[in-house]
Design a protein around this ligand. Structure first.
Ligand code: DCT
Ligand code: MG
Length: 442
């Protein structure tokens, strides 16, 4: 489903104004003196990639180009998006600021196009291509429309090609029949485009956990996704639910949802059943997983979060990049930066009139249920990053003849599943040095 693609795969858009003000990072990241001469490993999962790094001025531009390529949406463009991501990942893992193009050429996965962008930034301080994208209205409009919950790049692009440019264009067009999730996406546009803070995520985790414990004492509710990797803001809250005794997680999700519903804490929910088929492990697929799950929008009471509002720029912020929207310096969120003119103006948000009465803020929450035997793999998968996962799976396949999913690891030579009771076990099976979640930010 398209909204799945949007909610799972698309991250915070890059704000053009920030990208045009790119300047060398002044973030206080220590420059490593040792191992500079060592070649960078090919797979991202072999490297340490932290949120703070030395090359934000390049990676922010590459992230914008990745996002733009994703908006263009064709098989070819997808591979272009991936090429920008891989180049950015290599720069993020570099132990020092890049100062010359020859060094960039020696890094893995920096293709010709990315090299040109890097060279422009090295020479002129900005990328002409990024500026051109920002000067047009395609990227900005696509950011606006894909910011609507339930709207992916395909729909957004169709709307753009029809001539729509603002949220009011969408709201006021009687020929469009919006789906349920898209309607709520428009209603809660402001809420869902304001980043979720770590404090809010903790509150939601506590709310869910207290219901879970009443139903199944001893069950675990772990905050995963970007927050587990050290981000202090994100686009959603990813909660992985399990129980140390296999089978005790069965039926838990429906029961928890019933309780949350009873407390009027859910503005939207859609559940998917567990579709895990162990024989599918040998199939080449990059679907995240087949766990039972619920994608929801929580009603988070404003009184609980008043102290967590107004995220401030942090010391992580690279110079010239506004950090209102995310703790990931390469992924500034449009959040409050959404052009009000484009969005229809504060007064004409369809959420508008309701805002005064609404005592809650809508927050995207994913609840995932994993049985104990698959928990370690689920934890690795749901911690991410998405690109780290991709790299782990490729590494397992190409270097170890193993198939890795968020459910299992399968040795295709010995024809056996490798049980894991911790993330360390997973890395050990793959003969990789263990990487802390904060080191998986590629
Ligand atoms: N994931 C993945 N493949 C996908 C989508 C997600 O492997 N196609 C994994 C990586 C992270 C985790 O699932 C949660 O996904 P998101 O919430 O989309 O990512 P995030 O890193 O938590 O980003 P954000 O902080 O914006 O929520
Ligand atoms: Mg997340």
């Amino acid at each position: 489903m398209e909204w799945f693609t949007r909610s799972m795969e698309e991250k915070r858009p890059i704000h053009c104004t920030d990208s045009l003000r790119l300047r060398p990072s002044q973030a206080a990241v220590p420059v490593a003196t040792e191992s500079i001469a060592e070649p960078m490993p090919k797979y991202e999962c072999q490297r340490i990639t932290r949120l703070k790094h030395h090359n934000h001025r390049f990676t922010t531009a590459l992230a914008l180009l990745e996002e733009h390529a994703g908006y263009l949406q064709s098989g070819k463009q997808d591979s272009r998006a991936l090429a920008f991501r891989k180049a950015a990942c290599s720069l993020k893992a570099l132990h020092h600021p890049l100062t010359n193009i020859e060094e960039a050429r020696k890094l893995p996965h920096i293709g010709r196009h990315s090299l040109e962008v890097i060279q422009d930034i090295l020479e002129d301080g900005f990328s002409r291509e990024v500026q051109d994208i920002c000067d047009g209205d395609f990227y900005e409009t696509m950011q606006l429309f894909t910011g609507i919950f339930g709207v992916g790049a395909t729909t957004a692009r169709k709307w753009y090609e029809t001539g729509f440019r603002t949220l009011d264009d969408i709201r006021n067009d009687s020929t469009l029949s919006l789906k349920r999730d898209q309607k709520i996406g428009l209603d809660l546009y402001q809420d869902l485009n304001t980043p979720v803070s770590l404090a809010e995520a903790d509150i939601i985790q506590d709310l869910v956990n207290s219901e879970v414990q009443k139903l199944q004492p001893g069950a675990t509710v772990v905050l995963t996704g970007g927050f587990r990797r050290g981000k202090t803001e994100g686009h959603d809250v990813d909660l992985l639910i399990s129980h140390p005794t296999e089978g005790k997680e069965t039926g838990l999700l429906s029961a928890v949802l019933a309780r949350l519903r009873g407390k009027d804490l859910l503005a939207y929910e859609t559940m998917s059943a567990n579709t895990y088929d162990p024989s599918s492990v040998s199939k080449k697929e990059y679907t995240l997983d087949h766990f039972e799950r619920c994608f929801s929008i929580f009603k988070l009471d404003k009184s609980l979060i008043s102290s967590t509002q107004n995220a401030k720029p942090t010391s992580e912020s690279p110079a010239g990049v506004v950090q209102q929207g995310t703790s990931n310096p390469d992924r500034p969120h449009q959040g409050e930066e959404v052009s009000l003119e484009r969005a229809g103006g504060t007064a004409s948000f369809s959420e508008g009139d309701k805002t005064a009465e609404k005592t809650w803020v809508g927050r995207r929450v994913d609840l995932i249920i994993a049985p104990a035997s698959q928990y370690a793999y689920a934890l690795v998968g749901w911690t991410g990053s998405k690109h780290f996962n991709r790299s782990l799976r490729l590494y397992a396949d190409h270097e170890r003849n193993m198939k890795l999913t968020s459910h299992v690891l399968y040795d295709t030579v010995k024809h056996q599943y490798l049980p894991a009771s911790s993330e360390e076990d997973v890395f050990h099976h793959l003969q990789l040095p263990y990487r802390e979640p904060a080191e998986r930010n590629c």
